[in-house]
Write a new protein. Structure first.
Length: 417
C-alpha cells in the first residue's frame, strides 16, 4: 500500500478526524477563556563590584566574586523578604497573584527581571519596587552596612509598561489546540483503521472473489432507477448490468452478506435491464421481510408465498411496471419460508419466468441470517453478493462464501465505494 492510498483511507474517516479535532480545539478555547489575564513587565539589572582596592588584581577578584554569586543575587528578587519590602511600598495586596522571575545570562553580571501581575500598571510598579529595594535587601542578606556593601545593583533597562496581556496567548492556544486536535484525530483514525476488519472498497479485488460492480452509497433518492437518470448510482448500475450481460448471466440471485442493501441493488439492476429493452422479471423471494412491492409502489396481488403454496397461479401474481419490468412481489410467509423457496414449486416458477432466455433477478434474504439464500443459490446462474464497504466484515464474507455450493458462480457488488 502506498502512502497516498493510506492517506486516503485515513481521510475517509474525516468525520472522526473532525470530531476529535473539534473536541480538542473546544478544550483549548475553554482553557483560554478560563485562564486569568496577566501582564508582564520586563527590566534589566546590572550587578557591579564596588571594590575600592587600588590594584587591578583586587578589582578583578572582586568582579569574579560578584559573578560567582550572580545566581544567589538573582534569587533575592523572588524572596519573601523582597515581597515584604514591595508590600511596604505598594500595599499589602500588591503581591496577590503576582510572580517575580529572574534570569542570569551565562557569563554576565546582568539580571533579567520579569514581573507578572493582573494589571499592567501593577506589574510595572512591582518591577520598579524590586529594583529600588535590591541594594537594601542585599545589605541585610550580606550582613553589612550599606557603606561596606561590596556590590551594587543598578537598573540598566527601566521596567516596561505592558501594552497587551502576556497571558492567555489566544492565537497560540488556538493554533496549538488545532494542531494537537489534528494530530490526535489522525492517531485515533489510524488506530480505528488498524482495528477495522471490514471490507474496503479499494481492496475488494484482493479478496479472492471477482468484483462485478461498485456502487456509490445508495441514498433514499436512489432506491429506484428513473429512466434517463445520470446520477452516479444510476451510471454505476448500468455498468453493473453490462458486465452481468457480458457474462451471459440471465438468472441471478442478489443477496446481502449481512447489512448490505440487496433490495436496492436487485431493484435497480432489474429496472436497468427493463429500461435497456430486456425482458426481465424481479422476484422478491425474501418471504420473511418482503420490500419490493412497497419500494415500487405496487398494489397488493397474490404474492410468491401464495403461488408456491398453490393458492394462486403465477400469472395473476406478476405485475408489469411502466418501464416493462415484470414483478413477482413477496408476501410474508406465516411459516416455512425456507421450505417454500427450496421446494420444486420454486424451481418451476423460476423456469417459467426465465423461459425463452428472459432475465430473472431474484432477491433473497441476507446470507448470514437464514438459509433461504443458500437454498436459492442452487437454482441460479450466478450469485451477486452485496457487501457494504466499511461495514461488512471480511470474516462474515468468508463464512458466507463457505456456506455456498462451491460450484456456484459468485460475484461481489460493493456498495458505498
Amino acid at each position: 500500500m502506498t502512502i497516498s492510498q493510506y492517506a486516503r483511507r485515513i481521510l475517509a474517516r474525516w468525520r472522526l478526524l473532525a470530531l476529535v479535532t473539534a473536541a480538542v480545539l473546544a478544550a483549548a478555547v475553554v482553557v483560554t477563556l478560563t485562564t486569568p489575564v496577566t501582564y508582564t513587565s520586563s527590566s534589566q539589572l546590572y550587578v557591579a563590584s564596588l571594590s575600592d582596592q587600588p590594584d587591578m588584581e583586587s578589582v578583578q577578584a572582586a568582579g569574579l566574586h560578584a559573578q560567582g554569586r550572580m545566581y544567589s543575587y538573582a534569587a533575592v528578587a523572588g524572596s519573601q523578604q523582597m515581597a515584604s519590602l514591595v508590600a511596604d511600598d505598594l500595599g499589602e495586596d500588591a503581591m496577590d497573584d503576582a510572580l517575580i522571575r529572574t534570569e542570569v545570562p551565562y557569563g554576565t553580571v546582568l539580571i533579567n527581571l520579569t514581573v507578572t501581575a493582573p494589571t499592567a500598571q501593577r506589574a510595572q510598579d512591582i518591577s520598579q519596587s524590586v529594583a529600588d529595594n535590591y541594594n537594601t535587601l542585599l545589605t541585610d542578606v550580606e550582613g553589612a552596612r550599606a557603606t561596606e556593601l561590596k556590590v551594587g545593583v543598578s537598573t540598566v533597562n527601566q521596567p516596561s509598561l505592558p501594552t497587551s496581556p502576556s497571558s492567555p496567548k489566544i492565537a497560540l492556544n488556538l493554533l496549538a489546540g488545532l494542531l494537537a486536535g489534528l494530530a490526535l484525530g489522525i492517531a485515533v483514525a489510524a488506530v480505528r483503521d488498524l482495528l477495522d476488519t471490514s471490507v474496503r472498497a479499494d481492496e475488494a479485488d484482493a479478496l479472492g472473489t471477482p468484483v462485478l460492480g461498485r456502487l456509490p452509497r445508495i441514498g433514499e433518492g436512489d432506491r429506484t432507477l428513473v429512466a434517463g437518470s445520470e446520477t452516479p448510482v444510476a451510471e454505476a448500475v448500468r455498468r453493473l448490468r453490462i458486465r452481468m450481460e457480458t457474462g451471459h448471466h440471465r438468472l441471478v440471485l442478489v443477496a446481502a452478506v449481512d447489512r448490505g442493501d440487496a433490495a436496492a441493488v436487485a431493484t435497480l439492476l432489474a429496472q436497468s435491464l427493463a429500461q435497456a429493452g430486456r425482458e426481465v422479471s424481479l422476484v422478491d423471494a425474501d418471504l420473511r421481510h418482503p420490500v419490493v412491492a412497497e419500494r415500487l409502489g405496487l398494489t397488493a396481488t397474490p404474492g410468491l408465498d401464495a403461488v408456491l403454496r398453490g393458492e394462486a397461479d403465477l400469472a395473476p401474481g406478476v405485475v408489469t411496471t411502466a418501464d416493462g419490468l415484470r414483478v413477482l412481489a413477496g408476501d410474508r410467509a406465516a411459516t416455512g419460508a425456507l421450505e417454500l423457496v427450496d421446494s420444486p414449486a420454486m424451481g418451476r416458477v423460476l423456469d417459467e419466468l426465465g423461459a425463452d432466455r428472459r432475465h430473472v433477478v431474484v432477491l433473497a434474504p441476507a446470507l448470514d441470517a437464514v438459509a433461504d439464500a443458500a437454498a436459492l443459490a442452487r437454482r441460479v446462474d450466478a450469485v451477486l453478493l452485496v457487501v457494504e464497504a466499511g461495514r461488512t466484515r471480511q470474516a462474515d464474507l468468508t463464512r458466507t462464501l463457505t456456506e455456498l455450493d462451491p460450484r456456484t458462480e459468485v460475484f461481489l457488488v460493493v456498495t458505498g465505494a
